[in-house]
Ligand binder design. Structure first.
Ligand SMILES: NC(=O)c1ccc[n+]([C@@H]2O[C@H](COP(=O)([O-])OP(=O)(O)OC[C@H]3O[C@@H](n4cnc5c(N)ncnc54)[C@H](OP(=O)(O)O)[C@@H]3O)[C@@H](O)[C@H]2O)c1
Length: 339
């Protein structure tokens, strides 16, 4: 993390304004007041990005390919996947890029995805959990879970677990979760995580899952101690993607000129995948290349005891739903996030 004291001050003032921080003003100011170096080279490293057919995932795939990484991504349909491959190759000539098909709301497809990946690769340096959408009306996944929970919580949990041997084989690997500032509106409550059909609100369901991703992040961080795998989450800011245009059409119209580009939204992902900070830091929530507070209002915070219990309970819940529980705690209690 580079940055002088004045740059940090500017950054923190911006962070307090929310709109300034999350909109395109954020990277515009921060990249000028602090030193934002281009990504370090990733030649010889393999990355897997979920959901890279458009938006932030596609921009991340381009950034990672330009840095020399072997890029594999997941897609639900061949046509969009082929288009994404052409886009990456055009933006990063000579890129080694390919895809695996999987609908991540289906845990059987997640299992097959992990099998196909490990059949072709014996190591994985960076795993990016990016796939996700704000689903406006209630839908269930094949296992009966609500679809936001299945795609953005259970699938990343299971995929990380099944790919853990490949991550450990890399020697120093990184798992990155694309979360969202939407989680700032929600307190974690396992009993309220999965919204029932009659009370379903897509925006709330999405924000609760994004909050749960952060609770789970701390649990992964403590269970992965000593295994050579870091885990971090990031907020892309508000970026002009097909996802935001369809999920939040009113917001996207009003914010239009202030929205970040897809590249700006993906910048911190590519940076965490390639910078020394991404290897030396674990269990943090990032925006614009800096760790951020995980709460903006006091009522979303849990006290230490409740926080530790919430992490264990959420882990057990995910393990039960997915049938994967291959990682015992390393002994250390999860620290309540200091920021
Ligand atoms: N844009 C923003 O301002 C913003 C802000 C905060 C967080 N985010 C997060 O950023 C991530 C990317 O979103 P985006 O804005 O870039 O949206 P996007 O352009 O719609 O991209 C979403 C990607 O996720 C894939 N996906 C969705 N559901 C899937 C499923 N069930 N199985 C497999 N893949 C699935 C889509 O694949 P298909 O081609 O198959 O549809 C697509 O590749 C999401 O996690 C989102 O929550 C975005």
């Amino acid at each position: 993390m580079s940055g002088t004291a004045p740059a940090r001050l500017v950054d923190e003032v911006l962070e307090a304004t929310v709109v300034g921080s999350f909109s395109r003003i954020g990277p515009m100011v921060r990249s000028r007041t602090a030193r934002w170096d281009p990504p370090e080279r990733l030649d010889g490293r393999t990355v897997l990005v979920t959901g890279a057919t458009s938006g932030i995932g596609l921009a991340a795939a381009v950034g990672l390919a330009r840095a020399g990484a072997t890029v594999r991504f997941t897609a639900r349909g061949r046509e969009r996947a082929d288009r994404a491959v052409s886009h990456v190759v055009e933006a990063a000539p000579g890129a080694d890029v390919d895809y695996l098909l999987a609908d991540l709301s289906d845990l059987d497809q997640v299992r097959r995805l992990a099998e196909s990946f490990t059949a072709g690769h014996d190591r994985l340096d960076v795993l990016v959990h990016n796939a996700g959408a704000l689903t406006r009306s209630y839908r269930t996944a094949p296992d009966g879970s609500e679809v936001t929970v299945a795609t953005q919580l259970l699938a990343p949990f299971l995929l990380t677990g099944l790919l853990l041997p490949a991550l450990e084989a890399a020697g120093s690997a990184r798992v990155l979760q694309v979360s969202s500032g939407g989680m700032y509106t929600q307190r974690f409550d396992l009993d309220a995580l999965e919204m029932p059909p009659d009370a379903y609100d897509g925006t709330v369901a999405y924000a609760r899952v994004k909050r749960a991703q952060l609770v789970l992040l701390h649990e992964w961080a403590r269970r992965l101690v000593g295994r050579g795998v870091t885990v971090n989450a990031m907020h892309p800011g508000w970026a002009d993607t097909p996802g935001i245009r369809s999920g939040l059409p009113g917001f996207s119209r009003v914010m239009g000129p202030l929205l970040r580009s897809e590249e700006e939204g993906a910048d911190t992902l590519v940076w965490l995948a390639s910078s020394p900070e991404g290897a030396s830091t674990t269990g943090r929530f990032w925006l614009d290349r800096r760790p951020r507070w995980e709460h903006k209002v006091p009522w979303t915070r849990l006290d230490h005891g409740s926080f530790v219990a919430a992490g264990s309970a959420l882990w057990a819940w995910c393990a039960e739903r997915t049938g994967w529980d291959g990682l015992r705690p390393a002994g250390r209690e999860a620290a309540t996030p200091s920021r």
